[in-house]
Ligand binder design. Structure first.
Ligand code: S3P
Length: 187
């Protein structure tokens, strides 16, 4: 009798809390497009864990991304990204912010909702304070960075399940993403 009662209760609770559609939310987009700000806002609104791949790498290597690029090279950094995202994909219920090159060099799980923070190159440059530009080795030469942007944007577009116009003010487009995620009950 007790056992039966327990089972019935578990079943009805399962019914009331449907399984989330996606394992994780992954934020992609060019350097400085606002992935971290979006991630932090989603964390506050969804009460989920927020992780930033660059921050994890910096903590594990005890070095900044710039120093890793300078001392160990880009290839080494890409291998760290690959390991880190692979590890994160083993867990669920997270909001994951990726570096701009991660989706170019690493594959992302199809079980994640991939959100593209889609801002124009000039909007990004105007928005980023010098201090933030200085942290990004691949943003030091403007014409090379612009060419990189042109190459990468098609990859971001193809990967994205949801693309948000991030040329609007940051609070506005964060609101659009939060509404979408809450509406779809993705996590
Ligand atoms: C990179 C983007 C950076 C960081 C590294 C390389 C890239 O992250 O991972 O400097 O290749 O686009 P953000 O996108 O957070 O700036």
């Amino acid at each position: 009798m007790d056992v039966l009662g327990f089972c019935t209760q578990t079943r009805s609770m399962e019914y009331m809390t449907p399984k989330p559609v996606y394992d994780n939310i992954v934020l992609i987009g060019f350097m400085g497009s606002g992935k971290t700000s979006v991630g932090k806002a989603l964390k506050r609104q969804l009460y989920k864990k927020f992780v930033d791949v660059d921050t994890i790498i910096e903590a594990e290597e005890n070095a900044s991304v710039s120093d890793i690029f300078q001392n160990k090279g880009e290839e080494y950094f890409r291998s760290l990204e690959q390991k880190c995202i692979h590890h994160l994909m083993q867990s669920t219920g997270q909001i994951i912010s990726t570096g701009g090159g991660l989706p170019i060099y690493s594959s992302l799980s199809k079980k994640s909702l991939i959100v593209y923070i889609n801002a124009d190159f000039d909007v990004i440059l105007n928005r980023l304070p010098t201090k933030e530009r200085d942290k990004r080795p691949l943003l030091q030469n403007e014409s090379k960075a612009r060419a990189l942007f042109e190459q990468r944007k098609h990859v971001y577009e193809e990967l994205a399940d949801f693309s948000v116009d991030a040329n609007q003010s940051i609070p506005t487009f964060i609101h659009v993403i939060v509404d979408f995620v809450l509406d779809q009950r993705v996590l």
